[in-house]
Design a protein around this ligand. Structure first.
Ligand SMILES: [Fe+2]
Length: 250
């Protein structure tokens, strides 16, 4: 899909200057992946791990977004598109609906390996993009963008934002008799992932009602998350959310 198909988001799209990354930055990437991946081999959802190897993320070099997209697009139609930073909601939704994931190109520095206030390429590519190789998740995410792009009511958008938060950012799934992580905020944060795996976070069965009525807190580790049994559940929840939003009942 070409940039010209995007109107609201077009000003935010940039080029990834891949050759401008320094050896120090590749080294920080390698350290981040080297710390996180052994944990994820144990605690990551199967679909995340499948996507990770499918899109060809390298452990010791920063990802080239063009190469990632070249592997991803034939599978689910998703493209990993470089953007200048945080996008206003309408531009963000427009990109999701067009299967173009807004992806930052900057990388945190060595002295903030654990946390960055804004998403960086580690959060976006290592955390998010592998799931875009899963067909049902991929369809869900585009569907989410399409629905949100058509909603004007701020209260409804806030509730849909919680659906995004508790799935795309902090989702967990029941697999093989245990809890596995698939949300990017869990995958790209050691502390958040450990918090869940150590049992310090209650896990409820995913229901649309509870998810859209559970406030998001960004200043502390999660005390409650929601587990699906399959990704069909979040697609179906989106269907229900769209139906309710249309009649004002979300
Ligand atoms: Fe994210």
């Amino acid at each position: 899909m070409e940039t010209s198909t995007l109107s609201t988001a077009a000003p935010y799209i940039i080029r990834q200057e891949y050759t401008a990354y320094s050896e120090e930055q590749h080294g920080v990437w390698a350290e981040l992946v080297g710390r996180a991946f052994p944990e994820l081999e144990k605690h990551g959802a199967r679909e995340y791990l499948d996507g990770f190897s499918m899109i060809g993320i390298e452990q010791d070099r920063l990802p080239n977004l063009k190469s990632i997209s070249a592997r991803l697009e034939p599978r689910t139609g998703w493209n990993t598109t470089p953007v200048s930073g945080f996008l206003p909601a309408p531009a963000f939704f427009e990109m999701l609906a067009a299967r173009r994931f807004p992806t930052t190109t900057w990388l945190r520095s060595r002295d903030s390996l654990e946390y960055t206030p804004e998403p960086d390429i580690f959060h976006d590519v290592f955390g998010h993009v592998p799931m875009h190789a899963h067909p049902v998740f991929a369809d869900f995410l585009a569907y989410y963008g399409r629905v949100c792009a058509s909603v004007a009511d701020a209260a409804v958008l806030e509730k849909l934002g919680r659906l995004f938060w508790y799935t795309v950012e902090f989702g967990v799934i029941r697999q093989g008799g245990g809890i596995k992580v698939y949300g990017s905020g869990l995958i790209s944060s050691h502390g958040e992932c450990r918090n869940v795996m150590a049992g310090h976070c209650a896990i409820h069965d995913f229901t649309l009602d509870e998810v859209v009525n559970t406030q998001v807190k960004v200043d502390e580790l999660h005390k409650l998350l929601f587990a699906v049994n399959s990704f069909d559940q979040i697609y179906e929840a989106m269907h229900e959310a769209e139906r309710r939003a249309a009649c004002g009942g979300l």
